[in-house]
Write a protein of this length. Sequence first.
Length: 207
Amino acid sequence: MALPRSMEFAMTPSRRILLIEGHPDPSAERLNHALVDAYADGARQAGHEVRRIAVGTLDFPLLKTAEAWNHGALPPSLQASQDGMAWAEHVVIFFPLWLGDMPALLKAFLEQVARPGFAVGPEGPKPFGRKPLSGRSARVVVTMGMPALAYRWYFRAHSVKSLERNILGFVGFAPIHETLIGSVDTLGAEGVERWLKKLRKLGAQAS
C-alpha cells in the first residue's frame, strides 16, 4: 500500500543540501535553472534545508599559478560558497555539457573553492586516508544535446567520471550519483515536465 506523500517525506531524515547551478548563463529560461528549482522545491517540501549557488552570478578571478592556489586568499565573492560546502551534508552540481565537459566557469569555481586547508589538507593532496570533506554525499546532474546513452556508453561519460573521481571523490565525497539528461533540444514540454518531476522526487529524498 502506497504511503501518503506527507508520510513519505517524514520518513526521510532532514538533511542540509547545497545546490550548485553551474550554467554560466544564470537566466531563469535555462533548463538547468528549472531543474535546480524543481530539486529545491522537492527538498524543501520534504523538510530539508537548502542553500543555492548560481555560479553564473559570481565575479571571481581565474587561478593561474600553483602559488595562488596553495597560498593565495580565497576571493571574498566565494566565501559564502565555501561556507555553504562546509555546511552541507549533500551537494548537487548541475551543468550543461559543453565541448564534452563542464563549462570553464564551473571548473574555475571549483578550483577556487577547493583550496588547501579546506577541500585538501594543509599538507597537500592525499590519495589515501580521511579527506577534509568526507561524510558528504553528492549528485551530478548533466544536460546535453546528444542522447544520454551515447554519452554514457560510447563516450564513457568521461568528463562526469573525471569530476566524480578526480575532484569530488578525491576530496572525500561519497557516495556520488549522477543524472544524465540527453537530447534536451527535443524533449518538448512533456519531456521537460517528466524530468522536473524526477528532480522533485530526488530532492524530497535528498538523493
